[in-house]
Every structure is written in C-alpha cells, then in structure tokens.
Design a binder for this molecule. Structure first.
Ligand code: GRF
Length: 202
C-alpha cells in the first residue's frame, strides 16, 4: 500500500527535494508526496512541488484567528489527501496539540543539530558559537515540546577550525539530505517502533 506523505514547509525546501528525489529514484518505495503545505506564500518549496506535479497548498496563518483554527485547515488538507505521514521540512512553526494527537508518531522533523543540544532556531549558529567540535543533525518524531520527540536517526559532522557558521551549516545539510530519506524509508517499511522515548529499528 502506498503511504501518502504531506510535507510542511516554510522556505527553500532542499529537504523536501531530497524526499522527492529519493522517491523518484526508488530508494523509498511505496510512498508518494501527495501534498506540500506552506505557511509562507512565496516559499521556494512550493515551486519545487509544482515542478514535480505535486499539489501545493498555501495556508495563510493570517487568515485564521489562532494556531488551532489554522491547524484545523491544515488537518483538512491532510485528510483530503489521505495522508499517513507528515514531514516537517524547514517548517518554522511549533505544531499544536490537536495536530500531534491526530498524527501521533506519524509526524517527523529534521533538525540541524545533535539533539537535545541546540534546540530551536539557528541551531547551526548556536552550535558554532558554543564552540563544539562535532555537530550534526537529528531526525525525530514530533511531540508537544520543541525539538524534544523520540530520536530516529542522528548523524555527526566535524567542526573544523577553518569553518564559518555557513560552512558548518552546509556540511550538516549534506547529511540532512541523507538521513531524512533514510528515516522516511524506515517508517514507510514499518521498521520504526516507538517505545516511550526510544525508537527501535526493527
Ligand atoms: C534545515 O536545516 C532543517 O534542518 C531545518 O530547517 C532547514 C530547512 O532547509 N529544520 P530546507 O528548507 O529543507 O532547505
């Protein structure tokens, strides 16, 4: 059975692209990006979706009285597209409790640091400024907290003495584009089991 995937985005969408590419090249089987939803009207990610014939939807937060109402509309879109997995790929909003409850352990986020260090915005810059010697990225299920959900995959990268924060971000991004599709593949194949906050690869 095909898993219909929704990807929630706010920006350039390079992680969205990595998912699309890995479905098209057959690495991820039995899955389809059915819809891309953005909270930003001119997000380049929407164009990437259109380039691949994927339905793109802009849900304008300013049209709604608050997060709950806004996410009600997002959930309608997910329902209309019979979505079984939601990916947050550079989606710059905290997901509310109703959406999490509706898709418990079926929402996956990519974060550009080794959680639980450097949660939130500008994680690569935070790590760089802290002076860590390794950083990396984390794919995790989404729970009610900010970047706190059960960890699926992590990948380390070195921080070099010659690095700028941008160099580090680029090195991390390269790994994001590998571990996000890897996690999606495991999910789609039914190989992820969540036991408390531990994710077991079966
Ligand atoms: C990535 O670094 C991701 O880890 C973070 O936001 C950035 C999105 O980049 N959550 P892109 O839109 O996928 O290119």
């Amino acid at each position: 059975m095909t898993t219909n995937i929704a990807v929630l985005v706010s920006g350039r969408g390079s992680n969205l692209q990595s998912i699309i590419d890995n479905i098209e090249n057959g690495y991820i089987k039995d899955a389809k990006v059915s819809v891309v939803v953005s909270d930003v009207g001119d997000a380049y990610a929407l164009e990437r979706a259109r380039n691949h014939g994927i339905t793109d939807v802009f849900v304008d937060p300013s049209d709604y009285s608050g997060k709950q109402e806004y996410e009600k509309e997002v959930m309608e879109v997910l329902k209309d597209n019979d979505v079984g997995l939601v990916l947050l790929a550079g989606y710059m909003r905290l997901v509310g409790k109703d959406l999490i409850a509706a898709y418990r352990n079926r929402i996956i986020n990519i974060h550009p640091a080794l959680l639980p260090s450097f949660k939130g915005l500008h994680a690569q810059q935070q790590a760089f400024d802290y002076g860590v010697k390794v950083s990396g990225c984390t794919v995790h299920f989404v729970d009610e907290g900010m970047d706190t959900g059960p960890i699926i995959i992590q990948k380390c990268v070195p921080v070099l003495d010659t690095d700028t924060a941008d160099d580090l971000a680029a090195r991390i991004l390269e790994q994001e584009h590998k571990i996000f599709p890897e996690a999606v593949k495991l999910f789609v194949e039914g190989k992820l089991k969540v036991e408390g906050r531990i994710v077991v690869h079966t």
